[in-house]
Ligand binder design. Structure first.
Ligand SMILES: *Cc1c(COP(=O)(O)O)cnc(C)c1O
Length: 388
């Protein structure tokens, strides 16, 4: 078997993200291929149990994406046409798209200008008699104000589905994201803190929701193929609802298991790197850095900085870094600025000024376990050179 990918050095082009894959990942995938069982099976089942334990959740359901998990969670709650679901405009479009898929109305709201997380005040103002659920997003792995959000949700009798795509291994007031609340959905997409290539995991403490989500993720079928395998009347099953084809392959689950085992190590590495970046970039005029908050242990899924002098200067920084072979990300183009959301739901530029200001000045610097120390040093030096 060939050697795993080397870590990213200063002389390489430093992509804004890349997973850390080593021998263990290669071997795990090879073993699945050798076993001949490629679809949902023993590795998916083991992955779900390991994920459940890692998070401290009652149930974990592995699916083929976080988007799929958000979609079936809405279905399992019976949300549909005539309903409204509130979420943040400052997220990946998947967060809002799933609301449109069930025929409900996506009600977007603005963010807190410092954390870029959904503003609880704006959220509460957006509630109407049609509101059924809230989808907060833990931006860059910094948890939202969940006490406030749960308090508002309880007062108005609303579901809460956490988009925890960024939030694997994150602590909120000493409890892991996914261990409390109605439903949380994690992503195993290639850019996330742990990856299975593509994949997602739904956690919940509700037996009913867990059963419904599991069914909806596999055609509404009462038992999946692995549950039936080798049993008497293995061919027999019932279809109890309309469902989707969202199951996770064992090839990917095997990869996810190895990555899950390294989640705490990865997040510790990210924290160390983030602290080095915060120290190295401190005191630069015109650069606003992210920070730690006492209520949470963030996992530094992203390292988002703001170039406070405006979009032109931000764009110049992106170009400058690219010339130094440093890639960057931009998180996010606010959802209300997309044509589809403007045409379908009447959103327009100017609706959410905080999100638009962050969008105009944000850049995400590379920060991930596959980066060598010297590469981090080069990023710090390059940003400092730009502002000099
Ligand atoms: C990545 C991401 C998703 C989608 O995750 P998939 O696993 O690719 O479906 C959803 N929401 C946010 C905030 C994300 O960053």
């Amino acid at each position: 078997m060939s050697a795993p990918l080397p870590r990213v050095e200063q002389r390489d082009f430093i992509n804004y993200c890349r997973p850390l894959l080593e021998q263990a990942e290669l071997e795990a995938v090879q073993k699945v291929l050798e076993s001949g069982w490629l679809t949902t099976g023993p590795n998916t089942e083991a992955f779900e149990n390991e994920f459940k334990q890692a998070v401290g959740a009652r149930h974990a359901i592995a699916l083929n994406s976080c988007t799929a998990g958000l979609h079936v969670a809405l279905c399992a709650m019976g949300i549909g046409p005539g309903d409204e679901v509130i979420t943040t405009t400052y997220s990946f479009v998947a967060t809002a798209h799933v609301i449109t898929w069930v025929g409900a109305r996506p009600v977007l709201v603005d963010v807190d200008p410092e954390t870029f997380n959904i503003s609880p005040e704006q959220l509460e103002k957006a509630i109407t008699p049609r509101t059924k659920a809230i989808i907060p997003v833990h931006f860059a792995g910094l948890p939202c104000d969940m006490d406030r959000i749960h308090e508002i949700a309880a007062r108005h009798d609303l579901w809460v589905i956490e988009d925890a795509a960024h939030a694997a291994g994150v602590d909120y007031k000493g409890a892991k994201i996914g261990s409390f609340g109605d439903v949380a959905v994690f992503s195993l997409y290639a850019t996330k803190n742990i990856t299975s290539g593509e994949g997602g995991v739904v956690t919940t403490s509700s037996d009913e929701l867990a059963a419904a989500i599991r069914r909806l993720g596999f055609f509404g079928i009462s038992k999946d193929i692995w549950e039936r395998h080798g049993k008497p009347r293995a061919w027999d099953y019932d279809v109890r609802s309309q469902g989707f084809k969202y199951n996770l392959s064992d090839v990917l689950a095997a990869l996810g298991r190895v990555q899950l085992g390294r989640l705490d190590t990865f997040n510790r590495m990210r924290r160390d790197m983030a602290h080095r970046m915060l120290e190295g970039l401190s005191g630069i005029k015109g650069l606003q850095l992210p920070r730690e908050y006492p209520y949470a242990q963030r996992n530094w899924h992203l390292f988002p900085v703001l170039v406070t002098d405006g979009a032109e200067r931000r764009d110049a920084l992106i170009t400058f870094l690219r010339e130094r072979k440093i890639g960057t990300g931009l998180h996010y183009i606010p959802i209300h600025l997309f044509t589809f959301y403007q045409q379908q739901y009447g959103y327009k530029p100017g609706d959410f000024p905080h999100a638009e200001k962050v969008y105009a000045t944000e850049v995400s610097l590379p920060l991930y376990p596959a980066l060598k120390d010297e590469a981090i040093g080069w990023i710090i030096q390059s940003v400092r050179d730009f502002f000099r």
